[in-house]
Design a protein around this ligand. Structure first.
Ligand code: GCB
Length: 604
């Protein structure tokens, strides 16, 4: 559990960020594990941490590498930390990593977007220099989350073929921190929030390690105590509560303390937004009011650092989202950094939080197959490895995401998979199990969804009965009915929406978009021009506005992003409303004009 509480420094916790420039070695011949590289690397180059390693050097072999890479750094552990539990914590390493300190394994973790920590007390020299070696692996298979495969070329080169449309960036993507924690400490906090008129309620549960008594204070944004409680669980009541509202966030701080005989042992602050989320009929209610999602599917993606954490980029994105009148995003197609989620809480940005289950459809470039509307050639869910290891990895990814993000006010729904092949019969028992597993796990019982793709249109999807909200990715007017036919694309979309409306559930359009080269203008419009993207949006919006069950539109994508190279993509996917360096295309202004007129509440 220690890894899942964000590493805040407090009166009782010491945190040291050891990110920076580390030594690095590419393991081209896959020899490091057998040759004892864990004890120390030779022939190293340099690498930035955090960052993807792919786009930093000029080496193709590194950019497109399949397999292990190795990192090494040195660090001190202060002598006065001997009386504490000392950990090294990674915000994430993609897709799996093993960490060695002074030659001893301290932690191994699978799953590229979650924090993990290893205890160091027994392996470090206090007051001395210690060596840490990390091996990171980026391979994909049918039963990994996300899914893909590896092909071997005639010259022996192994190449990763993801079953998804974004670059398989890898490396140590988020900060690496040393944590010195009290040996008796707060291990986990869970909050549930509710309100009745002016009275707010925060139900809390705290698990602590070791001995001590728990006390809790709830502070407002001025730092004034508004409620207190004692014990590991209880209810904090707030008079004249200020709700966490989309676009207008208010955050209280739950200050949890652990004391023994009046002496403070540990203290941990958790930001809490008081809000409720509910689905009622075809409405998605936040704080009992019907909410309309306006925004984007995003990526953690930028030039040079790839998927590496970048505070400036995240803030810029928040600024642009506010400017354009968006109120929500989906964390397509994996969990984003903890710092991003904290910003979303702070800014009142509503988040559909997605697991890294993407590519559950084993056709290369599945988005192109989807595009052509061809018959599914996928037997993904029939595979025994998918039904066993794949299912386990999927559950593990859900469990970790819920643990990490359960308390975020910004999270209003969980997306358990993006575009799995739910046209297949075998997907039905698979998702039955996945959904019943996930339903038990979220203490707040937020709505669950999976994101449906074009090859499982209305009437053919085998898993929509499990979702609370129907989420659709559709490309009428781009992958199908593009160009001259686009005039009728909106009508076709409207017809399909009519069908989905029969389900009596809210519908969110989680993807619709058209690739657009920034700066390319054409009159009359043609595909890839800025004019076409705007006309395409008008067609789509017409369809949404005509369907009362549609409670949201999230255009694909917020910004242009990197993909695998190939004939479908010119230096990446260009469906952004913004360019990769976060400047607006014409469509961004177009969207802003529409979204400025649509209120988050009561639009329909
Ligand atoms: C999709 C996928 C997304 C792709 C997008 C596209 O349906 O969910 O990952 O990038 O289509 O642009 O083709």
């Amino acid at each position: 559990m220690t890894a899942f509480l964000y590493p805040h420094e407090t009166r009782t916790r010491r945190i040291v960020d050891i990110s920076g420039i580390w030594k690095f070695r590419l393991d081209n011949n896959n020899e490091g594990r057998a040759s004892g590289w864990k004890d120390g690397l030779t022939d190293t180059t340099l690498m930035a941490v955090p960052s993807s390693y792919n786009d930093i050097t000029t080496e193709k072999a590194l950019r497109d590498h399949c397999g292990d890479v190795w990192y090494e750094t040195e660090f001190y552990v202060a002598e006065e930390w001997q009386m504490r539990d000392v950990f090294v914590r990674f915000g994430s390493a993609t897709h799996r990593a093993t960490v060695y300190v002074n030659g001893e394994e301290v932690v191994s973790h699978d799953g590229g977007y979650m924090p993990f920590a290893g205890k160091l007390n027994d392996v470090v020299q206090f007051g001395e220099k210690n060596k840490m070696v990390v091996v990171v692996n980026n391979e994909l298979s049918h039963s990994t989350i996300p899914a893909g495969t590896i092909v071997k070329h005639a010259n022996g080169t192994r190449e990763i073929k993801p079953f998804f449309d974004f670059f398989n960036y890898a490396g140590i993507h988020r900060a690496v921190k040393l944590m010195a924690l009290p040996t008796s400490r707060i291990e986990d906090i869970t909050v549930l929030t509710d309100f009745d008129q002016d009275l707010g309620k925060v139900d809390y549960q705290i698990s602590a390690l070791g001995q001590g008594d728990v006390t809790v204070a709830l502070l407002d944004e001025e730092g004034k105590t508004v409620a207190t409680s004692e014990g590991n669980e209880g209810v904090l009541e707030i008079d004249n509560v200020k709700l966490w509202q989309p676009g207008n966030a208010y955050l209280y701080t739950l200050q949890a303390s652990l004391s023994d005989d009046g002496q403070l042992i540990d203290q941990y602050p958790l930001e809490v937004g008081v809000r409720t989320v509910k689905v009622e009929g075809t409405k998605f209610l936040i704080n009992n009011e019907p909410f309309y999602f306006k925004g984007f599917g995003k990526h953690e993606d930028s030039a040079i650092r790839g998927r590496g954490y970048d505070a400036a980029l995240n803030l810029r994105d928040m600024e642009l989202l506010e400017w354009i009148g968006a109120n929500s995003i989906r964390t397509s197609h994996y969990p984003y950094s903890e710092e991003f989620m904290q910003l979303a809480d702070r800014k009142g940005l509503v988040v559909i939080n997605e697991t890294p289950a993407v590519g559950q459809f084993d056709v290369m470039m599945n988005f192109m197959s989807a595009a052509t509307g061809g018959q599914s050639q996928s037997n993904f869910f029939d595979r025994p490895d998918v039904q066993t290891q794949g299912m386990e990895a999927h559950k593990h990814a859900i469990a970790e995401l819920f643990k990490r993000d359960k308390n975020h006010a910004c999270v209003v729904m969980w997306a358990l998979s993006n575009e799995p092949d739910t046209s297949q019969e075998a997907s039905e028992p698979y998702f039955k199990e996945i959904f019943s597993y996930a339903r038990e796990l979220d203490p707040q019982h937020r709505p669950l969804t999976l994101v449906n793709f074009m090859m499982a249109p209305y009437g053919t999807c085998r898993a929509h009965q499990y979702v609370d909200v129907i989420c659709l990715n559709r490309y009428y007017g781009w992958y199908m009915m593009g160009g001259l036919e686009m005039d009728n694309a909106g009508n076709m979309f409207a017809m399909e929406l009519q069908g989905w409306s029969n389900e009596g559930k809210p519908i969110v359009i989680t993807e619709y978009g058209a690739d657009t080269m920034a700066g390319m203008h054409k009159l009359p419009s043609v595909q890839w021009s800025e004019e076409y993207q705007c006309e395409y949006l008008d067609q789509q919006h017409m369809a949404f506005d005509g369907c009362p069950a549609v409670v949201g539109e999230q255009m694909w994508n917020f910004a242009d992003f990197q993909t695998w190279e190939g004939i479908m993509r010119v230096d990446g996917n260009k469906k952004g409303a913004f360019t990769r360096d976060r400047q607006p295309k014409m469509s961004a202004h177009h969207l802003k004009r529409r979204w400025d007129k649509i209120d988050s509440f009561g639009y329909k």
